[in-house]
Design a protein around this ligand. Structure first.
Ligand SMILES: Nc1ncnc2c1ncn2[C@@H]1O[C@H](COP(=O)(O)OP(=O)(O)OP(=O)(O)O)[C@@H](O)[C@H]1O
Ligand SMILES: [Mg+2]
Length: 244
């Protein structure tokens, strides 16, 4: 099994004073693996992602990158290291064009990426052809599915070592959602480590190498897909109290 690239060890964190949203959470993301995280609304999944990339600081426990403690490091420094985040909300600049949105993360890091920007741009358009004819359009004018393509195309431009992906299929037509899951698989096959949160529990369980179940800010179950085989429906229904 590949070593942990990004990990959280016994982390407690929250937004305000003494209200802990994450309680003693441990989780690992490995190169080329998909870690899946499932849980009800409000369980703390997005909070976990924000803590991993440094928007929130752990009150106790630590976040590590290749074994090194990075708790409290600013998010932009972690982008330089190879950590990318596709948030539940849009990360696009709606009044910038598609081309500007695509280039922005690399243009801001010319020292690191200057030599590869044009090649990456061409490769990205080949992989996300729907964007090619929209390059001059404002990102805010794209359809929901096209905006999601642009989010993934931005990640493809950066080619991070780890990508945190929060609710990528929400609000998308089934065909587009299927495409999104294919991109995630392709990212993992290219050796990217993925942390995937999605309400499509079956899909997350089927495509993950390791699955975490979160309830009220704690990891209440975890295992490989095989551990979830057979009575997945009953297990998840019991853990989450939902039908799916
Ligand atoms: N910016 C914030 N300030 C204060 N509390 C917040 C903030 N964001 C989230 N919370 C609270 O933290 C808890 C966990 O929210 P979070 O968004 O992490 O859950 P989630 O599992 O991602 O839910 P969903 O499935 O709806 O996206 C909730 O009680 C929420 O109200
Ligand atoms: Mg969320």
């Amino acid at each position: 099994m590949p070593d942990a690239l990004l990990a959280m060890e016994n982390v407690t964190a929250g937004y305000m004073g003494d209200i802990d949203v994450l309680r003693n959470v441990s989780l690992t993301v490995r190169a080329g693996h998909i870690s899946g995280l499932i849980g009800l609304n409000g369980a703390g999944k997005s909070t976990l992602m924000k803590t991993l990339c440094g928007f929130l600081h752990p009150k106790s426990g630590k976040v590590t990158w290749a074994g090194r403690d990075i708790s409290g490091k600013a998010p932009h420094t972690m982008i330089d290291e190879g950590l990318w985040y596709i948030p539940q909300e849009s990360s696009l600049f709606p009044y910038l064009t598609v081309a500007e949105n695509l280039r922005l993360p690399l243009e801001g890091r010319r020292k690191q990426f200057g030599a590869v920007i044009e090649q990456r741009f061409a490769d990205t358009l080949q992989r996300f052809p729907v964007l090619e004819e929209k390059l001059a359009a404002q990102a805010g004018d794209l359809s929901g599915g096209q905006q999601k393509s642009l989010e993934f195309a931005k990640a493809y431009m950066v080619q991070p070592k780890v990508c945190l992906i929060d609710e990528p299929s929400v609000g998308l037509a089934p065909r587009v959602a299927g495409e999104v899951f294919q991109w995630i698989d392709a990212f993992a096959k290219a050796d990217m480590g993925i942390l995937l949160v999605d309400h499509n529990v079956r899909r997350v369980v089927a495509m993950s190498d390791h699955i975490y179940v979160m309830s009220l800010g704690q990891i209440t179950a975890e295992g490989a897909p095989a551990d979830f085989a057979g009575d997945l429906h009953a297990q998840v229904r019991e853990w989450l109290g939902v039908n799916f």
